[in-house]
Ligand binder design. Sequence first.
Ligand SMILES: Cc1ncc(COP(=O)(O)O)c(C=O)c1O
Length: 362
Amino acid sequence: MSALMSVPLLDLAAQNQPLRDEIMAAIGRVVDSGRFILGPDVEKLEASLAAVTRTKHAIGVSSGSDALLVALMALGVGPGDSVITTPFSFIATAGAVARLGAKPVFVDIDPATFNLDPAAAAAAVSSTTKAIIPVHLFGRAAPIPETSVPVIEDAAQSIGASMLRGIAGCLSFFPSKNLGAFGDAGAVYTDDNTFAERVKLLRMHGGRPNFNHQAIGGNFRIDALQAAVLSVKLPHLGGWIESRRRNAHRYRAMFAAAKLPAEVILPADAPGHIYNQFSLRVPRRDALREHLAKAKIGTEIYYPVPFHLQPCFQNLGYQRGAFPHSERAADEALALPIYPGLAEQQQQYVVDQVTSFYASAS
Ligand SMILES: Cc1ncc(COP(=O)(O)O)c(C=O)c1O
């Protein structure tokens, strides 16, 4: 394979290039309108997001982190409450709980999917449990626990992957997501009219009418500029997801033809999977990552430290060994490039480099 080959983890400039004129025109329209907070661009995006998530309401917010925060605020989560979630996710999932003075309670993942074990989550419900947050990690829909406790779905990585089953879902438009903004943005979606109204109230500091505050909220609004950019990109989301699925299938075929240790495990396909990440489990993960970096192949570790072992959560009193599946995932997971514009030769190069690492190590 060519010595000049390089494969970034993600190539946003290439993805945006064909849309550049349209995006610049949309930004120009917002600039000329002078309407930067809420307004028609936000409403247009919200209507499209409600259609994509097949829900009644989508409410644009400032980030995926704030989507989780405001959703929990809308449920009234606060001190004395606990919220059950996974230890294996991006920090925002559990951070939102702790930011409200509530206690995150962790339950281990299903090692086959990296997602929260739904039966264990339902079994962990106690008298203080105010919500459960399953995360549709890497774009694969997580099963929803069977319980009467409200479920907030962390769909930051999984737009379009599954129908909403909880009371609300939270999206992130962080640039690396399948639908990425030009900065930070997010959304909450729900079928519940009262919940939607509450989120809308809270994203504006609880002011209704203006300067009359019904509740303590925050500034959780999405920028009109981000909404305008996202509205240009949204019609392409389906095509990008299809490309990611094609790349995942190609990796599977290529890896199947390669000679690899049995401990190298590819993510299984699943209905609706949108492949925001394609995370393998691998032995000698850090050495492999170094080998790939030398071969100019971008990879990432999502996530190297589970929540219960994070310094910020030491007060929760968990010890190493508490969640063995999450700890093992943190040691073995490695995300390979999967972005829509990835070429077949680049994928073959990635597979060849992974193969040569294990061939020379054995
Ligand atoms: C699972 C998960 N939850 C929450 C977030 C937070 O989203 P944001 O970065 O938009 O605040 C992210 C993304 O970064 C995420 O991957």
